[in-house]
Design a protein around this ligand. Structure first.
Ligand code: HEC
Ligand code: HEC
Ligand code: HEC
Ligand code: HEC
Ligand code: HEC
Ligand code: HEC
Ligand code: HEC
Length: 256
């Protein structure tokens, strides 16, 4: 009979699971110990000031000087954080070692550093519909350049660039569409609250008010017949109406 074999396979599976668990614990133990070591070490570090950092990190220094964050430097001493070290933590040990990776904080996917000052953003990312930043699947820096002048993605110089940061991941929204919705030229943020929102799909409004901002003509009495008045009862982008709200290759009224 096969029962034995089954039992063996079952056993083997269980063993693999146990092994994986043990290894997992062991591994996370190492990682945690490493992190703890770094954290304990960094506690002893002191601030050295931005001028020291940029002797080696010229590129970041040049970019950073043009950014909003550079303008908020109030401190003029090196006893507390200013400039680079507001985000990277005290850098003396890093500098004494001539640089290196485990001697300084790199807040790549960790929003906590940013939340220290941007407390309101933490609230926004906790709203029911949000980009998965707190979950660690992406970071603030997927959309914001932490050093650069265009830390705000929407200050891009050309119309086409406004949404560029969103197209990196939402490639389908780039089109080109035969019938593009001109609303996209104003930026994705005319309709979406990209940090987080109480509305599904991170929409700014959950009903036709989202569209009436620009399509005031629909609320005009002359339009009371629009879709038989259905628009007042629901959304304008439900399955039977303007479903292809970003753009369509099939219908000039963005129906599908
Ligand atoms: C507003 C917070 C903030 C400030 C201020 C800041 N950084 Fe950064 N820095 C970051 C973040 C976040 C990253 C990780 C970026 C990423 O990889 O997505 C980073 C990454 C880096 C890196 C690694 C780059 C790489 O390619 O891996 C260097 C080097 C660096 N910063 C240097 C500096 C220097 C020098 C300054 C001051 C002139 C500075 N930073 C100021 C947030 C900051
Ligand atoms: C003596 C030169 C030197 C100085 C001064 C210096 N760094 Fe570095 N830094 C380096 C080198 C070298 C690396 C490693 C680069 C690599 O391996 O890619 C590095 C890496 C980094 C990284 C990336 C770490 C990682 O885990 O990826 C950050 C962030 C950073 N430095 C920030 C700073 C800050 C902030 C200061 C000022 C407090 C500073 N550095 C001062 C040489 C320096
Ligand atoms: C030391 C406090 C501090 C830290 C840490 C910090 N910020 Fe800021 N940030 C500010 C202040 C202050 C402003 C300017 C306030 C304003 O204009 O509303 C600002 C402005 C901004 C802006 C708007 C820029 C503009 O041009 O209007 C963005 C985006 C931003 N921060 C993102 C980040 C990100 C991402 C991080 C983490 C990598 C971060 N900040 C870390 C204090 C901080
Ligand atoms: C999915 C992309 C995206 C992510 C991720 C993101 N942001 Fe933003 N952020 C934007 C856009 C787009 C705007 C402009 C909003 C607008 O114009 O309505 C903005 C605006 C801001 C501003 C300035 C305006 C304001 O609301 O105060 C700050 C500060 C800011 N973000 C901080 C952060 C921080 C901190 C994080 C990470 C915890 C973060 N952002 C993550 C896209 C993003
Ligand atoms: C680094 C990749 C990345 C970037 C950049 C990015 N997003 Fe996202 N976006 C995501 C991920 C991941 C999700 C969550 C998808 C999920 O939960 O299924 C998401 C979800 C969304 C949703 C909700 C989708 C749904 O089905 O509920 C909207 C709307 C959205 N993003 C708009 C934007 C806008 C606007 C920008 C530019 C400001 C942007 N995104 C930038 C990765 C990104
Ligand atoms: C005119 C308002 C408007 C603008 C501008 C807009 N969206 Fe949307 N978006 C919507 C609506 C409405 C929905 C919900 C559609 C649904 O539930 O079927 C949506 C849904 C989404 C979704 C989730 C569902 C899907 O189709 O994948 C993503 C992702 C998204 N938008 C990204 C973007 C990006 C990126 C931009 C900028 C290029 C953008 N949106 C600009 C109105 C808009
Ligand atoms: C930022 C302004 C803006 C917003 C918000 C906006 N639109 Fe538009 N929309 C336009 C512009 C501009 C045009 C092109 C000119 C025109 O036809 O009126 C357009 C065209 C259209 C068209 C194609 C033309 C037609 O008569 O059939 C439809 C359908 C449409 N929008 C639906 C919507 C829906 C649904 C919403 C809400 C989810 C919405 N729009 C939100 C600006 C906007």
């Amino acid at each position: 009979m096969n029962i034995h074999r089954h039992r063996k396979i079952g056993q083997a599976k269980a063993e693999i699971v146990v092994l994986a668990l043990v290894f997992g614990l062991f591994w996370s133990g190492i990682v945690r110990a490493d992190q703890n070591k770094v954290n304990t070490m960094l506690k002893k570090a002191t601030y050295v000031g931005m001028d020291t950092c940029i002797t080696c990190h010229d590129k970041e220094g040049k970019e950073y000087k043009l950014s909003t964050h550079a303008r908020i430097n109030i401190k003029n001493d090196t006893t507390s954080a200013e400039g680079c070290e507001t985000c990277h933590g005290p850098g003396s040990i890093h500098v004494d070692n001539g640089g290196g990776k485990t001697t300084i904080i790199n807040p790549k996917n960790d929003p906590e550093i940013c939340f220290n000052c941007h407390t309101d953003k933490k609230m926004q990312f906790r709203l029911p519909y949000h980009h998965p930043v707190i979950e660690g699947k992406m970071g603030c820096t997927n959309c914001h350049d932490p050093h650069g002048i265009d830390v705000r993605p929407w200050t891009a110089t050309s119309e086409n660039d406004v949404n560029e940061v969103c197209f990196k991941c939402h490639t389908d929204k780039r089109g080109p569409y035969i019938w593009a919705h001109d609303a996209l030229k104003e930026g994705c943020t005319t309709c979406h609250q990209v940090h987080g929102s109480v509305n599904d799909k991170m929409l700014i409004a959950r009903d036709y008010n989202l569209c009436l901002k620009c399509h005031a003509e629909v609320s005009n009495p002359a339009f009371s017949g629009h879709a038989g008045g259905h628009w007042t009862q629901g959304t304008c982008w439900s399955a039977t109406c303007h479903q292809a709200v970003h753009g369509s290759n099939f219908n000039n009224h963005l129906r599908y």
